[in-house]
Ligand binder design. Structure first.
Ligand code: ADP
Length: 260
């Protein structure tokens, strides 16, 4: 971390760490074609906190998310989910960890068209042979406002409702952490606002930890904090962001980029 942290005093922040990167570097390719996508990144994602990751295209946002979520290998340093060091895991254990401890939400909703809403929500648990906790499932369905849509197939739902099914699917197994990659990228602004509101509710009401990659300052303003990446490094962090304060930071980085 090279610059200031603004907003909430340290003592007021939750302290249990759901995921952590320490001196994490990721290098693609070799020799002249080598790209340093992440350069010694250290960051904590605390439990029950909603973090947005922002930065220009190519700054390393997706790479950071993929490395911490165990979807991509790391070149050096460490990545941890809860107490588990990802580099210590073999493929099978890593797959299991992703299945049991991590929820994913992508820009494309990735729902199965032949299954109804509820079946889509419980599908990952069905595949894993786990029984959903009924009380929890009811709570999740209420939190994302889907109680009267559970029998509908994806084609009978709007884009926003489909993404809410995907949010519920990610929440259903009570994962340690949810990673969302541009979750509102395919939605109009009203549906996007709804999905973001429900994601925020899942943090406030269910204590879920959420990390979201976005390029949209309005989306980022739903988070508790925003970290900014540039050239594979974390260059700033803001607590209690507003769309205006995020936009302001982005302009500063662009201006710095032009003068350096
Ligand atoms: P962002 O998500 O912020 O747009 P990325 O994490 O996708 O950025 O990419 C960071 C850098 O790493 C970019 O320079 C990109 O071209 C490079 N990169 C990402 N994935 C690969 C890959 N599989 N092979 C080679 N270079 C990659």
């Amino acid at each position: 971390m090279t610059t200031s942290t603004t907003g909430v005093p340290t003592a007021a922040r939750p302290t249990t760490v759901a995921a952590r990167a320490t001196d994490l570097s990721k290098v693609y390719g070799q020799g002249e074609t080598q790209v340093v996508a992440l350069d010694n990144v250290s960051v904590d994602f605390r439990q029950a906190e909603f973090t947005a990751i922002m930065g220009p295209s190519g700054s390393g946002k997706s790479t950071l998310m993929h490395c911490i979520a165990g979807l991509d290998s790391i070149s050096s340093g460490s990545a941890r989910i809860g107490d588990t060091e990802l580099t210590s895991l073999k493929d099978k254990a890593l797959t299991q960890l992703r299945r049991d401890k991590i929820g994913f939400i992508f820009q494309a909703f990735n729902l199965l068209p032949t299954l109804n809403g509820l079946e889509n929500i419980t599908l990952p648990m069905d595949i894993a042979g786990r029984k959903p906790d009924k009380e929890w499932l009811d709570k999740v369905v209420r939190t994302v406002g889907l109680a009267d849509r559970l029998k509908h197939r994806p084609t009978e739902l709007s884009g926003g409702q489909q993404q809410r099914v995907a949010v519920a699917r990610a929440l259903a197994s009570k994962p340690e952490i949810i990673f969302a990659d541009e979750p509102t990228g395919n939605l109009d602004s009203r549906s996007g606002a709804e999905v973001l509101g429900f994601l925020r509710n899942s943090v406030r009401e269910l204590g879920q930890t959420v990390v979201m990659v976005t390029h949209d300052p309005v989306a980022a303003s739903y988070a508790d904090r925003v970290i900014f990446l540039a050239d594979g490094r974390i260059v700033d962090e803001v607590y209690g962001p507003t769309a205006d304060s995020v936009l302001d930071r982005m302009k500063q980085f662009e201006a710095k980029g032009r003068t350096s």
